[in-house]
Design a protein around this ligand. Structure first.
Ligand code: APR
Ligand code: PHB
Length: 393
């Protein structure tokens, strides 16, 4: 089999890339390890920056997002028993974020791509990327127990943190940066109305809590938990009690509780692989970097990578230009590192780190300063709505 761009992974990165290329007449094949049902059933965050929302509209998959997504011009920080709203729109010339679940977004991308005749091979795990330093890189994969191969002009490794694209590169050609945080997030999804119109990030001496949502009738809540905790230790009631203890009283009283649709524990990690290009193999999204979920930057970074990568590939095919391909890794990484920094900082500010009482007081002082200062609110708002994409043409 042969194609122009071979894409490993049918998550948001791979699907968005395939869509943007298809609209410019560039063909691709996506290879995905899991089944379609599995990929569409995964529950992930869902806070879209304006840059990402614009890219989705450009990819002609923004209609349902614009109809059903919730536009948030502010976000709340809770600490010391009170709630403070940061008016993001006010501090960023009217910018906002859109609340729209990654699950829904993935469905829109898959449907649009398949309707346009796009090719996705599900249950087809890639095993390796071969000869990526040549002009004919190959994806080796398995399907129905048979070994298969796709010869490509370029390979896009959009196969997430555990994928094979990054692992196909010799260790001495890649630099890895990693930090694992000493706690996890226990999350519940429940069909109850959200406690607030906007998100609430809470710093509390019992640990961090987050009130989020998927719609006016479906809520997503999280509490910081220990790394060795287990979902089996938590009844629904125990979760709701712990959540309410960590919220300001006037908020806790308003929480509507209900049975779980899902409950899970996620670890928190900061990770970057440099560079993001190896010959004709390009890494994008979680394959190249992971952020802790505080601030919801993971999905948005996948989108900015794809913004740069799609432009670089389109310039190659339409104008025979190699310069954007050469600049891809540096341009993507500049934005990646800023989001890695913001997510690390916001995580450090909001979570309980052991019994360090000095640290707790410092967190509260910083939150007090941040929310009381125009400069502080502006810095937070700019990062939360998303830093701009660089001109890349
Ligand atoms: N062969 C084929 N597919 C693979 C392989 C493989 N060897 N390994 C992994 N995959 C698939 C996974 O099954 C998954 O569907 O690659 C896809 C990667 O998708 P994501 O993990 O969603 O990563 P990405 O598309 O970069 O999106 C990043 O999604 O993971 C969240 O929090 C993350 O929001 C961020 C966004
Ligand atoms: C979520 O809704 O799942 C969510 C929202 C904001 C975050 C992380 C997760 O920072």
């Amino acid at each position: 089999m042969r194609t122009q761009v071979g894409i490993i992974g049918a998550g948001p990165s791979g699907l968005l890339l395939a869509r943007l290329l298809h609209l410019q007449g560039i063909e691709s094949i996506i290879i995905e390890r899991q089944s379609k049902e599995y990929v569409l059933g995964r529950i992930r965050a869902g806070v879209l920056e304006q840059g990402m929302a614009n890219l989705l509209r450009q990819a002609q998959v923004g209609a349902r997002m614009d109809r059903e997504g919730l536009v948030h011009g502010g976000v709340n920080l809770a600490f010391n028993g009170r709630l403070t709203r940061i008016n993001m729109a006010h501090h960023t010339d009217g910018q906002s974020v859109i609340i729209y679940g990654q699950t829904e977004l993935t469905r829109d991308l898959v449907e649009a791509h398949l309707a346009a005749g796009g090719i996705i091979h599900y249950e087809a795990p890639a095993i390796a990327v071969a000869e990526y330093h040549t002009t004919q890189p190959r994806i080796i994969y398995e399907q129905n127990g048979q070994r298969q191969e796709i010869v490509c002009d370029f390979v896009a490794g959009c196969d997430g943190y555990h994928g094979v694209a990054r692992q196909s590169v010799p260790a001495d050609k890649i630099t890895l940066f990693e930090k694992i945080y000493p706690f996890g997030w226990l999350g519940i999804l429940s069909d109850v109305p959200p406690v607030n119109d906007e998100l609430i990030y809470a710093n509390h001496e019992r640990g961090f809590a987050l009130c989020s949502m998927r719609s006016h009738t479906r809520s997503r809540y999280y509490v910081q938990c220990s790394l060795d905790d287990d979902v089996a230790n938590w009844t629904d009631n125990a979760f709701w009690d712990e959540l309410r203890r960590r919220l300001p009283e006037e908020v806790a009283e308003q929480v509507t509780t209900g049975p779980r649709l899902e409950m899970s524990i996620a670890p928190l990690r900061s990770f970057v692989a440099e560079p993001m290009r190896f010959g004709n193999l390009f890494l994008a999204g979680d394959a190249a970097h992971i952020v802790p979920p505080t601030g919801a930057k993971g999905l948005n970074l996948a989108a900015s990578d794809i913004y740069y990568l799609s432009r670089a590939l389109i310039a190659h095919y339409q104008e025979k230009r190699a310069d954007l391909l050469d600049r891809y890794s540096d341009a993507a990484l500049r934005r990646v590192w800023k989001a890695i920094r913001f997510s690390w900082w916001f995580t450090s500010l909001m979570h309980r780190f052991g019994d360090d009482l000095l640290n707790q007081r410092l967190q509260v002082a910083e939150l007090d300063y941040l929310t009381g200062s125009v400069a502080g609110q502006t810095v937070f708002a700019e990062n939360y709505v998303g830093l701009p994409y660089e001109q890349f043409e």
